[in-house]
Design a protein around this ligand. Sequence first.
Ligand SMILES: [Zn+2]
Length: 119
Amino acid sequence: MGKCHYCDDGHIEVRNIKIDGKPIKLYACTNAQWIHENEVTELSKESTCSFRIFQNSLLRWNKKAIGEREIRNLLENEQITVRLYSSRAKSEYFKYAILDEEYGISIIWDEYVEKEEAS
Ligand SMILES: [Zn+2]
C-alpha cells in the first residue's frame, strides 16, 4: 500500500484479523508481526518495527473505518482529511489526520478544516 515511514525497508500491508470475534482490518508494517491472543495484541520478538493502524482507530470520533484508499493517501502525502461526526452537535466536521508512530494515525485538533478537500 505504501512505504513504512518508521523503518528502512518495510511497507504497509493489509491484514484481516479478528478482535473480540469481529473481523477487522489492520494496516501493518511488514516488519511488524502482531500476535493477537485473548484480546491482547502483542508485538513478536522478531519484529523490528511496530507501526500499524487499526481500521477503527478513529471510532471514538465516530469514524467507523479508515479505508484502504485513505491509508494509501496518508502514506503518500503524510496527511489526509477525515470526516468525523459529533454526536453532541449532530453534525459532521472535517479534520486533518497525520501519521503517528505510536498510534498509527492522529488528528490535528487545533487546525480548522473548512470542508473535505478533493484528494
Ligand atoms: Zn516499518
